[in-house]
Design a protein around this ligand. Structure first.
Ligand code: PEP
Ligand code: MG
Length: 867
């Protein structure tokens, strides 16, 4: 392959690994009969050969001249000719797009003779000398390594000398002077004449493009995007066409559909008498392509042809196409066509409408969805036209657009909300006590913590925008201010957060409302038709559950009941329970909590309308519910103990390793009355809702389980309490008792555990923490460096580490189902992005459970995993 040259006139297989992206696009347009300026492509393999040998394959130069001859014949022009010269563009084009990273040379083939030819042929001397000046500048910079500023210096000097405000104010004579000065400067700088021989120019330009594959920018870009350094780039050599030859020429860019909304239309803009960069530079206002006909002259004809090309391109790509074109003397040339980038709204609309138009199948439409983008459709988003002043970037923990005034405590955020103003809550990290303030904020920004930190999990549950672990943020709560990269933000300053990118933006960025269109519903219906995994939701409140059901959740996969202990006055009873010395005292405090819990569960069962609810018993260590900063007065009143005694007790609860300490089922094993209260609350609620005629399917889940004996004991305890309630109420309820699988030992002994657990749910947050030995709350200190240096391929708390954690999961599935064939197994950890969903499908899980706002994206991911 390395010794081949691919020319425009010989249709060839479209293979990006050979021709690169741009080469494929040229070849494809040529194959379907569009007018493309004649070209040839030097494949990526030749670049690889050059990198390995510092030379071209044997006889390669002769092949280049043969290919060049074809371009000459097709255009009726000659390379270096003094009458009708052929000019070339030489561009890089890797198999994946690396925008702006490698080099390009335009107008190649100009010298003192051919510039005269170009002047005569175009009838425009100024145009010819301007092209020559641009060529020397570009070639000098890219190929000869002459600093760009040397050229700028000369050009600026001439503009001053001739009082020219713009480059365009320089005449042909001025430009001739410029070319002479450029050439003298080049000679002085590199001690070599600017190459005059066009063939010499071409060979060196091709080598420069090869070399640009390994320039610093390109290597950095490839590292960032995990692109293989061994691929090399193709080189596209193409006949130049000019859009700046007068009013019958021009240049433009377009899309076959509106890339923002997806609407089918002739979208794009053009400028008569202009070059490509003029459209992008924004100096002159371009004209809409849809208004092209009204320009008159050659343009109505061009418009007709362009419409025809739009149709041909869509029919060929079967997708929205992004295209570039140039018109030279009334003749339309296509320069680039590729599948275009689009917003989430456009992604959905284009796919759905193309199915309706019979262009693609439902499955193809589903495979084109980017599930991570779907979140954008459920949240308010920033106006793409608004200018962003980004001051820092953290983890994109929960999507959405949050705009408000900065507050540093939950209480202040709440007060601002109550005063009718939007707040952004900024904390070093959040804790359960911040919940109310979080609910009332437009967005949450934390300096510490990862994607499974408290702030992230809770914000996702609320569908609230959150940027977490933004280490550039230095919060000074006392001074009521923060510093971000040296800039001070005070209480009340406006801040905007983009939860989809992790960007922290200064000021009040404009937002636009979410769209939940008919087409979106259609895509989701198709997803449900093809997927095999069930989609449940993590929900702690009836409002969350309701929202998730509206988004298509088939039940609850995890209710973290601890969040229910924080609201309103319940926390006081919880604290009373914690400081109890006897089981009797504890039961008395628990009795106060029971009605609250029961009401919560009643709300959940109602919101679920017959769908199953997997409710987890209390998990976190008890010390999370108390602190030295809390108000001790209610506790003193309730217990009769002194403040000192109570403070000492609070201290005694501290643990060196709380995540490995007295938490999860260990709480229930030591204080069975806590688990009994929760089981009772669940079953009393179930009985009450069932009595209203609604179906209920409670599932009671034991957390942080390690040993089969824990499972056996907890099951007995919970089942005993459930049966008691059912006997008291004299009804039957379909309930099940299962466990979280979130410790390696539980995976390894899953066959034994399954003897007593009716179902499993993987808690991959803890399972990742305990398998990898990485604290889920502290990893931000080193993870960014690890990711930068590719020590880890990705953040294991964001995506399942299939090689490590995933192997344990596989083992647990296999062992669990050996004991209990077909047992229900789900996942409720935070790793429910696309790759993780694929893995869950692969290892045969029954369902995945994610936060309500991820449910629609997960439905699509699950369909993709099944296709
Ligand atoms: C888990 O560990 O994955 C889990 C879902 O539980 P939590 O995050 O509450 O520990
Ligand atoms: Mg856990």
């Amino acid at each position: 392959m390395a010794d081949q040259v691919f020319t425009f006139d010989v249709p060839t297989e479209i293979d990006k690994t050979v021709l690169g992206g741009k080469g494929c696009s040229l070849m494809q347009m040529s194959n379907i009969g569009l007018d493309v300026p004649p070209f040839f492509v030097i494949p990526c393999q030749t670049c690889v050969h050059y990198m390995e040998n510092q030379s071209w394959p044997a006889d390669y130069e002769a092949k280049i001249w043969a290919a060049l001859k074809k371009i000459e014949d097709a255009t009726g022009r000659k390379f270096g000719d003094s009458a009708k010269p052929l000019l070339l563009s030489v561009r890089s084009g890797a198999r994946v797009s690396m925008p702006g990273m490698m080099d390009t040379v335009l107008n190649l083939g100009l010298n003192d003779e051919s510039v005269e030819g170009l002047a005569k042929d175009s009838g425009n001397e100024r145009f010819a000398w301007d092209a020559y000046r641009r060529f020397i500048q570009m070639y000098g910079d890219v190929v000869l390594g002459v600093p760009h500023k040397n050229f700028e210096h000369i050009l600026e000097g001439l503009k001053k000398k001739y009082s020219a405000a713009q480059d365009t104010d320089l005449s042909a004579e001025h430009l001739k002077e410029c070319v002479a000065e450029y050439r003298a400067m080049v000679k002085k700088t590199i001690n070599e004449e600017f190459p005059k021989d066009p063939k010499d120019q071409l060979i060196r330009a091709i080598n420069a493009v090869f070399d640009s594959w390994t320039n610093e920018r390109a290597v950095y870009y490839r590292n960032m995007h995990s692109i293989d350094h061994r691929w090399g780039t193709a080189v596209n050599v193409q006949s130049m066409v000019f859009g700046n030859l007068g009013q019958t020429s021009g240049t433009g860019v377009g899309f076959t559909r509106d890339p923002a909304t997806g609407e089918k239309m002739i979208y794009g803009e053009f400028l008569p008498n202009a070059q490509g960069e003029d459209v992008v530079a924004g100096i002159r206002t371009p004209i809409k392509i849809s208004d092209m006909e009204s320009v008159g002259g050659v343009w109505p004809g061009v418009y007709k042809q362009l419409c025809d090309n739009y149709d041909k391109l869509e029919a060929f790509y079967k997708d929205m196409v992004d295209l570039e074109f140039t018109v030279q003397d009334g003749k339309l040339y296509m320069l680039q066509a590729r599948v275009g980038k689009r917003t989430a709204a456009a992604m959905v609309r284009i796919a759905a409408e193309m199915v309706k138009e019979g262009m693609i199948t439902e499955k193809e439409a589903l495979l084109r969805q980017e599930p991570n983008k779907i979140g954008e459709l459920l949240h308010k988003t920033f106006d793409p036209k608004a200018v962003r002043n980004v001051v820092a970037t953290g983890l994109p923990a929960s999507p959405g657009a949050g705009v408000g005034r900065v507050e540093f405590t939950a209480a202040d955020a709440e007060a601002r909300f109550n005063a009718g103003e939007p707040a952004i809550l900024v904390r070093a990290e959040t804790s359960p006590e911040d919940i109310v303030g979080m609910t009332m904020s437009q967005g949450i920004l934390t300096a510490r913590g990862g994607c499974s930190s408290h702030a992230a999990v809770v914000a996702r549950g609320m569908g609230k925008c959150c940027v977490a672990g933004c280490s550039a943020v230095e919060v000074d709560e006392e001074a009521e201010q923060m510093k971000i990269n040296g800039k001070v933000f005070k209480r009340g300053d406006w801040l905007s957060l983009d939860g989809s990118t992790g960007e922290v933006i200064e000021g009040q960025l404009a937002t636009i409302a979410p769209v939940f269109s008919e087409n979106f519903n259609l895509i989701l219906q198709w997803a449900d038709k093809y997927r095999q995994l069930d989609i449940r939701t993590n929900a702690d409140t009836p409002a969350d559950a309701k929202q998730a059901v509206a988004f298509g959740a088939q039940g609850i996969g995890l209710t973290r009941t601890e969040h229910m202990f924080f609201e309103h006055d319940r926390i006081y009873s919880m604290r009373e329970m914690i400081v109890s010395e006897t089981a009797e005292q504890r039961k008395a405090a628990l009795a106060k909590l029971l009605p609250f819990q029961r009401d919560d569960f009643i709300g959940m069962f109602k919101a679920l309308e017959g769908r199953p609810a997997n409710i987890r018993l209390l998990d976190p260590p008890l010390h999370e519910f108390v602190s030295q900063e809390m108000d001790f007065a209610p506790l003193i009143k309730a217990t009769g103990k002194s403040e000192e005694e109570l403070r000492a007790f609070v201290d005694s609860l501290a643990e060196a390793n709380p995540m490995l300490g007295f938490r999860g089922c260990r709480l229930g094993m030591v204080y069975p009355e806590i688990s009994r209260m929760q089981a009772r609350a669940i079953m009393e609620a179930a009985a009450e809702v069932q009595a209203t005629g609604l179906e209920v399917h409670p599932e009671i889940m034991i957390p942080v389980l390690n040993h089969v004996n824990e499972m056996e004991a907890m099951r007995k305890l919970v089942a005993d309490e459930c049966e008691k309630v059912l006997a008291e109420k004299n009804i039957k309820v379909d309930y099940h008792i299962g466990t979280m699988i979130e410790l390696p030992r539980a995976c390894i002994t899953a066959d034994k555990i399954a003897e007593h657990a009716e179902y499993f749910s993987f808690g991959t947050n803890d399972l990742t923490q305990t398998t990898t030995g990485i604290s889920r709350d502290d990893y931000n200190k080193f993870m960014p460096v690890y990711l930068d240096k590719s020590v880890y391929p990705f953040d294991f708390f964001q995506r399942i580490d299939t090689e490590g954690v995933g192997e344990l999961m596989k083992m647990a599935v296999q062992k669990g189902r050996t004991t209990r064939p077909g047992m229900k197994i789900g996942i409720c950890g935070e790793q429910t992005g696309q790759e993780s969903v694929f893995f869950c499908q692969q290892i045969g899980l029954t369902y995945i459970s994610c936060s309500p706002f991820r449910v629609p994206g997960a439905r699509v991911s699950a369909a993709q995993a099944a296709l």
